[in-house]
Design a protein around this ligand. Sequence first.
Ligand SMILES: NC(=O)c1ccc[n+]([C@@H]2O[C@H](COP(=O)([O-])OP(=O)(O)OC[C@H]3O[C@@H](n4cnc5c(N)ncnc54)[C@H](O)[C@@H]3O)[C@@H](O)[C@H]2O)c1
Length: 257
Amino acid sequence: MILENKTILIMGIRNKWSIAYGIAKSAYDNGAKLIFTYMGEENKSKIEQLTSEFEGSKAYVLDNAAQDDLVKEVFSKIKKENGKIDGIVHAIAHANTEDLHNDFIYTSREGFSHANDVSAYSFVLTARMAKQLEMLNENASLVTLTYHGSTKVLEGYNVMGIAKAALESSVRYLAENLGKEGMRVNAVSAGPIKTLSAKGIKDFNSILTEVEKRAPLHRNVTTIQVGNVATFLLSDMSEAITGQVIYADSGYNIMGV
Ligand SMILES: NC(=O)c1ccc[n+]([C@@H]2O[C@H](COP(=O)([O-])OP(=O)(O)OC[C@H]3O[C@@H](n4cnc5c(N)ncnc54)[C@H](O)[C@@H]3O)[C@@H](O)[C@H]2O)c1
């Protein structure tokens, strides 16, 4: 029970296929008390039903994790109702559909800015707001989700690759800033998983097939496996690790031609 007595905020749960859900399952099974944020008031009952298996958990609507005043409002409420927390999982990303379907060169300024705002800046905002509102306990751990498309060209990942590169670099800068207070910041680079977000990526099934064919472990990863890595990073077992991108991808990223 490596998360016993820890309260973890998980941002970005949408349904049972979400990576956030796999992380929640793993963190809960390892003793964590959970708090969630999700998008869309209209999803309230669906999310409450989904998270009811995590006894004692609470869920809050956060319609745009990249909007300062909304994040401040929701985080203030979370702190008031739950006290300080020990970790945050940021599992949020979005890009406009046309920017994932057209060649990257046609990415609009608005699309470029939107993908970076929601998928990278929201993590910086999360960290800053949590610090400013003094939400985090000593030794708190922040974890975000990234993908291999940050460093390699994957057809159809396009502007999201740029956003993930910004996110990974933000992890390093945030780790330096928060390290002064004993807090850690890391990313899990998950292998491809068929979630609702992934459905927006062109030819996603062929990426899954390729991983099975070429990854050292010759299999795709599950949300629970990714969740177990996040649980480790949220726990004191990983207290020597900060500013890192840890791959949970069946080893796919090490392969050359
Ligand atoms: N599925 C994959 O293959 C894969 C691989 C590596 C990394 N990731 C990353 O994992 C994270 C979770 O994605 P997922 O695959 O579980 O998909 P998902 O669709 O289940 O989750 C994405 C979440 O982002 C939320 N979101 C989008 N825009 C938002 C905004 N403006 N404000 C607040 N929330 C917003 C959605 O509501 C949703 O809950 C993302 O960062 C994604 O890039 C996914």
